[in-house]
Design a protein around this ligand. Sequence first.
Ligand SMILES: [Zn+2]
Length: 256
Amino acid sequence: MAITRRNAVRIVPIKVPDDELRLATAAAVQAPAGARLTYRGGPVIAAVDVFAIFWGHAWLTSPQSGLMASIEDFYRFIVSSAVLRELNEYSAGGTTIATGTYAGSAVLETSHRRTVSDATLRKRLKAEIANNPAFPKPSANTLFMFHLPSGVTAVAGKARSCASFCGYHDAIRKDILYGVLPSPDCTGCLNGMPVLDAITVAASHELCEAVTDPIPGQSWYDDANGEIGDICAWQTKKIGAYTVQLEWSNKANGCV
Ligand SMILES: [Zn+2]
């Protein structure tokens, strides 16, 4: 199934992301046997530079504003943490993967609908990059991370957040890399965790996937099991003050 969907990815520009974090299920808490990421020749991110985008006026009011501050603290911490250092084994194509930086954030106050499609989000991201001086000009290291407030559904193809996924990442052409983190408004995305933990688990999943497979399916990938985060979906650990997802290590032959 993954192969069919990946083939579709090459033909259809807007598609169901095959790189999403799916809803938690009992079956998803153990790494599948025989998992192995292989390198497909595409880019990896050398020193990720995360720019967070909080879309919606709701981020400026309590309690979302407190959550926003915590998400920013998480990114500041995670980019220079062991989570990034552990990705070094996936250095490839002449690029060494090292720790990264946090470029800052922007709040997009203009309202959006109750659902935000991937096409709308891409259009908005391109417009902000072109017109908003608060946005960085994307480099090969830049990763835009969209956060949507509670009550807003992300839609990609026919897939909807909280109905089939909890986050995804993708690329516009080959040079604008982004992740999408809807609010975990359902039990399948909370998986029994506090809201912030559910967000940092999904964000760490998408961050590590974006670093090792920024253009989905073109760099480190497992045809049977997907990307680095998919193999270990919903297995978590604590690092510093934060709960993050375990990631697949070829070297360790397990989730670390
Ligand atoms: Zn994933």
